[in-house]
Design a protein around this ligand. Sequence first.
Ligand code: OGA
Ligand code: FE2
Length: 525
Amino acid sequence: SQFILLSPPIWRTCMCQMTDLLFTEKDLVTSLKDYIQAEERKLEQVKQWAEKLDSLTSIATQDPEGFLGHPVNAFKLMKRLNTEWGDLENLVLKDMSDGFISNLTIQRQHFPSDEDQTGAAKALLRLQDTYQLDTQSISTGDLPGCTLTVEDCFELGRIAYSESDYRHTEVWMAQALKQLDEGEESSVEPVMVLDYLSYSVYQQGELERALDFTRRLLELDPEHQRANGNLKYFEYQLAKQRKAGEDLRYRRSEGAEPEREESEGRKGVKKDNLPEKKKYEQLCRGEGIKMTPRRQSRLFCRYYDNNQHPRYLLGPVKQEDEWDRPYIIRYHDIISEWEIEKVKELAKPRLRRATVHDPQTGQLTTAQYRVSKSAWLTANEHSVVDHINQRIEDLTGLDVQTAEELQVANYGVGGQYEPHFDFGRKDEPDAFKELGTGNRIATWLFYMSDVAAGGATVFPEVGAVVRPIKGTAVFWYNLLPSGEGDYSTRHAACPVLVGNKWVSNKWIHEHGQEFRRRCGLHEMD
Ligand code: OGA
Ligand code: FE2
């Protein structure tokens, strides 16, 4: 809907808005407690009234005539009936919830929507895949401070189901069932869980297990209509399958060629031919890094002053080779704590969902493969930006006049940027044409936070992983000296698993570098 386009779901937005929500929730709890107290005070008053009247009426009814023979009693009865019961009525009808309800109504405007909730669940399922997290440890709190209830597991399973993701439906429903079996109190009926379970394993072709779950369901609810139908259907399918199996065995014993297992071809696939997405996920988990000890031994750390650059002569910086081909270099302690805080402070109010170039139209749009928020900072808005830009120029020796503005990006949990090139390809509508400064010759990337888990920058073509370390920066050339794109620089930002990632990019362009980085004599590709 239009609303969704205008307002990106909260889970993808920056952590600062999520922390606001935590404080809002805390205020609401206080308001709720105030309401409970007011309600308790009211009930206390009502109780006192009831007790007083209880003893009064029992005395009065023991000897009604004697009681009313006393003029004071007669007067008080009139008064009670005429006014006091009316007061009590008002008291009982009095709504103590006004304050709380109006607080809630106001705050609810900023609450996440169904879209957000589904989005957060999908992010969790995606993280589970990328990092191969097992369901049990997610649910029972291996990620610090979080445990999932039966309802939570059930909800995750249902969302997976609505996405036709039956593998995740199965694992989450199985987890819900396990927690129920272990005696966890829940409003979720085991019958519902079993219903999803049998269907999801059936969808994955496991008839026998589907049958087992269906039988278990029917023990709990023998009248369950769908389950009774499924029972018959699964039994029929299974019988058919078994018969087909017997026929095949019979034919084989007669000398027929055994049929080739379908999966055999897949097993033969070499690791190197893995689809890029798989390589990316592997590297994100820290697996499949391709660096031989021999190559490793040629990577060094050094103090660097860029040929006695006056600004670095007295305090050279720590430079470390991160990778050889493409050459990726890391600078340590290259941006101070204070600078980081200042840059974040400047960027925060302007962070917007990051956009990408649509390869068809060349226009900017948002995409699921790039989930982060970003903002651009210009050199004239604060000296800190100017200093940072200058530092990049001094250390790389490249002209930053033609570079793009400093981009600040924030990735929340699940935030990622799938494999891409930073440079524009020849076959694309020229994304950087408007700038008139040529292609993105090099990338400078500051890490402005540590990330508790996930969030590495990975290069799937070459099997490189660069971990975010607060206060460091990495630098690489995207273009070969010939000006051709270097396809080995294809890279990605892994999804953040726990924590929150801040980076800042400077994309340096070709123009202005003619005498700084010498052109190659011939194309190298
Ligand atoms: C980018 C990018 C990597 C990272 O923004 O182009 O590749 O680790 N970022 O954030
Ligand atoms: Fe990039």
